[in-house]
Design a protein around this ligand. Sequence first.
Ligand code: BGC
Length: 855
Amino acid sequence: MTEQPDAHGHAADEDRATARAREHTAAVEKALGALDLDTKAGLLSGQDMWTLPAVPAIGLRSLVVSDGPIGVRGRQWSAEDPSVALPGPTALAATWDPELARRAGHLLAQEARRKGVHVLLAPTVNLHRSPLGGRHFECYSEDPLLTGAIGAGYVRGVQQGGVGTTVKHFVGNDAETDRLTVDNRIAPRPLRELYLAPFEHIVENAHPWGIMTAYNQVNGSTMTEHRYLVREVLRGEWGFDGWNVSDWTAARHTVRALRGGLDTAMPGPRTVFGAPLAAAVRAGEVAESEVDEAVRRVLLLAARTGCLEGVPAAVAPEDVPEGIDGRAVAREVARRAFVLLRNEPVGGGRAGGERSGDERPAGEGRALPVDAATVRQVAVIGAAARDARVLGGGSATVFPEQIVSPLEGLRAALPDDVEVTFAVGADPRTRTPHARAGFTLRARYLTEGGQLLAETPQFDGRVLVMGRYPEGVTQHTLHAVELTGTFTPQITGRHVLAVSGTGDLRLTIDGDVRFDDRCTPDGSDPFEAFLHPAERRVEAVLTAGEQVDVTLRFVPAALGLGADMDALSFALGHAEPQLDPDAEMVEAVRAAAAADVAIVVVATTEEVESEGFDRSDLRLPGRQDELVTRVAAANPHTVVIVNSGSPVELPWREQVPAVLLSWFPGQEAGAALADVLLGAHEPGGRLPTTWPARLEDAPVTRVTPDDGTLPYSEGLFIGYRAWQRSGTDPAYAFGHGLGYTDWEYESLDTTPDSVRVRLRNTGRRAGRETVQIYLVPTAPAGDEAPERPARWLAGFAVVEAAPGESAEAEIPLPDRAFEIWDETAGGRRRVKGDYTVEASHSIDDCRLTAQVSVR
Ligand code: BGC
């Protein structure tokens, strides 16, 4: 089943690529020669939040960039311009399938082209150093090899679609606390073997057209000025020839940033480049030739992405993958990412000790899959079952056109004669959700005299502009925005309506003014005031089925975000009439007791897991742990879905027969969940990171700098490398994940540079297995033994087989797997000695071993 590379095809591709690269170089030189100093300096500075300036005289179009990574938001930070929302990065990594990442990349490129975006600000390949890292959900793994492989697949896919990538955040942005200033102190070996390794792998294997330098410092230099890491390592040693853009507002000093190898400072229009850079050249502080170097890279990016007239883009239009069904890709990635942590027989396996009793084949007589033919009533429980948390917060936010919630997905997939009941049980959210179900809204942009400047449809009750106002609206003409439309309640009772925004807010329902006041921020941070303004609530008694008119008028107050930026943020929230929390809990338990199966969805919230801050604990917010325990006591067939981007503590995990991680599952959440829960597909995911039982057990729990400095004092020992050393058992080990069939590993053969594993599907249904290869150093030769982890991931492959059939995986074992970084030698060193090669289902479930010697 392996695709055989066509040697002739490859050679022809390479010739074409070399010819194209030559054309690009010539076009870049010609364009550069026609530019004066001011234009060149201006080209290195964003012209606004998401674009670079055009220079029509040389045929240079304006380059448009966009976040990333799970969709393409585009120039608007709003639902006006929706985007397919794929599952989150931890989910993509849980597929352990770079080829699937590449296909996801094709879709993202198609989305980018549709939206006029030339460069995607993704992927994020920082490591899971600590589960407390706020953007853990946006990174792939605790392992550099898995991170690099998924990242390379992603970059290849996006760029094959003719769209650039910026691999980010180079390097060491592994936590959020004081991210703009923190100085991460990282010793050479962990820096090389862990944190730089995914970037290096992607540069070598996928040739990204861009990289984004991080906010933080590494070993005393801020990353946008890091001459050694950018000029010597990235460009020098690895040969990176692409574009280096700063993280947003990370460039701080004109000369040091340029000398440090930064090409573009974002966002504009006011940055350390542009006019200040031209002035620095005129003052003799930097040479114009240094500016030229950076301009060449902007022009090369433009040539590659088809923004420089007269030279063909890197990918010919006929080679660009087209016609991809975004919803289908989102659904496939989601179910391939779901990790089945536990699947015991119903009524058995209640305590850890009873686990040995289940010799039944996987998927048979167990809690999952649920056999729809034998159930009459299914209780779906949890706030996130109805309002799925499909994506992480912050800059990774995109606005999907539609979301399939777990409740909707299950309702649609279950036969009509199965009754589906729903109960919230425990709602962990402390903010009122943005108005959505039952609302039809639009935003009207008005002048002071009430003249309409623009009108845009609204996906939900949040109006957020960050970058560019809708066509026809300018900072000078805009006075107020009205969010207006109708609401048809589904339930009679006391509804909560919440308004938030910094400025004057007036809410009317059917013409009655219900709120009219000026709202000011709680804290002093302008970004926080912008993204999460304080909310005020009012109640309204409404009748099911009776439509009302709703208008929220907002007159923004200045936030001090930057005088030149188009920015606007306010929201209408809505919550249905609620029982009191105890009554919600009782109702959920009652629903569970009455049903054949209880499916509980527990989730993190944007208040505890998002960009811009780290987590303070790993607990599920609110009363969700209590909810699971009480539901499980009421119904032995309780299945728990964990909807979070990163690890959470699951104290009840052995009280329920099945636990499935859905990560942030993207817009097709519920459809994919129904596929897997009802057995149409297997859950395919394996953990890309270790799940601790308790935060205290996690190897790295310190993410807060002391005096501005954060020492990475654990050295090489993060993730499984540390768990193995400490001997503490996690809740679930790296690589763990169950399917619905069983596999017997039959043989493991090694050649000097690869391993071949043969395995058989011994279950009764077709399945997919992720074969993981670990290296265990046994006897080092001579006195060369450096400190190394007990074992490390050296390769992996995904195989598929029908019941009874066998499959074979040929997995390369590159030299790199046996090397360490030797700082004294200033390079890599192969460590001689004997190694055990393990072919494993997960790091703690080795199935076959072989020996190799490195001499
Ligand atoms: C984030 C980047 C993102 C940029 C633009 C920054 O705050 O760190 O990952 O690409 O904003 O939204």
